[in-house]
Design a protein around this ligand. Sequence first.
Ligand SMILES: C[S@@+](CC[C@H](N)C(=O)[O-])C[C@H]1O[C@@H](n2cnc3c(N)ncnc32)[C@H](O)[C@@H]1O
Length: 198
Amino acid sequence: MENNVFEQMAKRYDTVERIELAKVIVKEVKSELQNSKSKSLMDYGSGTGLISLELCTLVDSILLVDSSEQMLEVAKAKISHKGITNSKVLFSDFTQETPKLKADIILMSLVLLHIPDTKKILQELFNILNDDGKLIIIDFDKNDQINHPKVHNGFTHDELDKTLTEVGFKSIDIKTFHHGNRIFMNQDASMFIASCIK
Ligand SMILES: C[S@@+](CC[C@H](N)C(=O)[O-])C[C@H]1O[C@@H](n2cnc3c(N)ncnc32)[C@H](O)[C@@H]1O
């Protein structure tokens, strides 16, 4: 996992392009959060909060978790600046150690591609979810144009469905929702949303 990269880029992470892409993701995630006013949401790999800080009126509470302190510093400044009262941050990397936490909904937006052992992290998140809880994954569809030693070049729906089933999710729905120009390491790419019930 390229933690240092995110530590270094935190203060300049929120570019016009990333904010635009985040708006597309937020719209898609919102449709998954109907009737969630009483639910706790964990945003795993939250970064600067581009996604989850737009969702705070739709849920009861949000915990933004990230393994980069600097990304969380930016998120914390936004929480304070916007006067958001139901959101807090946690500096943690569940691939190293998973704290004893529970959540009704876990969101993972553009994070899975940065974690080498996909099944292990999905298992950790499954364990954190309450019964009938929901995992929402946003990531890139498999893209053979991309080849990077530390980043998955996206995922096929079939391989992800298989891993999620092995982890224990009982209902899994994966669909592509956006095609964009130069959105994945400067290559044209498409993004999917996976909605999984424990
Ligand atoms: C591409 S950014 C996405 C940020 C945000 N979710 C969004 O969609 O705008 C990936 C984030 O995942 C975090 N990350 C990468 N590996 C992680 C890990 N093992 N545990 C927690 N966070 C991780 C990085 O620090 C970074 O903030």
